[in-house]
Design a protein around this ligand. Structure first.
Ligand SMILES: [Zn+2]
Length: 226
């Protein structure tokens, strides 16, 4: 990881020192995600690489504008969700308290030299690099469960990209896992099976939680190992 030095967070106007990865950690259709460590906490930093004009054709200003829209949506929905929870509480309706909207902050790089990760803006665009920073989302139970699957299979398969949704089953809110895909050493489990490279991705990216340790698992990666 390359040191980024100071970044400032918009809502608290606070200078923080952060370290951002040089390489893309994951990518969606429009955004690249980088690992970011702030005060030993693993976070993710997001930046647009495509906002409709083609890949890599995003200026620093467009990136900032799209990220501000995104954080505005997150904060709006978070506010409505809080109201919803309060309403349910007042009315005595038992809703799932597991639903939550991620915390998020806009960060602006303040070093004279921009991070390597930020250097992927469209050529010729000026302006400082802005990032949407969120805690790295992990469901601790899934996380330890994923690790357990790897151990239980004697390292021959892992769960791939486990999705979960909360469903009320006989009055109890339950996280139901779906889209069950696997990576196997023989690459013979069907759709989504990337074989050994998929297993390697899991072992490189799985972050052990306190649960992995408490369950006696051989620890793979911990946040402060970066
Ligand atoms: Zn683990």
């Amino acid at each position: 990881m390359g040191a980024m030095g100071a970044m400032s967070s918009s809502d608290v106007h606070q200078d923080l020192s952060a370290t951002i990865g040089d390489a893309v950690f994951s990518a969606g259709k429009t955004k690249h995600v980088y690992k970011l460590v702030i005060m030993n906490e693993l976070m993710v930093a997001k930046k647009f690489f495509n906002c409709g004009n083609g890949i890599g054709e995003v200026s620093a200003a467009e990136n900032e504008s799209f990220l501000v829209s995104e954080i505005t949506r997150l904060k709006s929905i978070a506010w409505i969700l809080d109201e919803f929870k309060d309403t349910a509480s007042v009315k005595g309706v038992d809703i799932s308290q597991d639903i939550t909207v991620t915390e998020a902050w806009i960060f602006r790089e303040s070093n004279i030299t921009a991070s390597k990760a930020s250097g992927l803006f469209a050529n010729g665009s000026s302006g400082s690099a802005v990032w949407l920073v969120e805690p790295r989302r992990t469901k601790a139970v899934d996380n330890a469960f994923s690790h357990y699957v790897y151990i239980a299979s004697k390292k021959t398969f892992v769960l791939a990209d486990v999705q979960g949704s909360i469903v009320n089953i006989q009055g109890i809110d339950t996280i139901v896992l779906f889209d069950m895909m696997m990576h196997t050493t023989e690459q013979d489990s069907g759709v989504g099976d990337c074989g050994k490279p998929g297993i390697n991705t899991f072992t490189e990216q799985h972050i052990c939680t306190y649960m992995c340790g408490s369950l006696g698992f051989e620890l793979m990666n911990q946040v402060d190992d970066e």
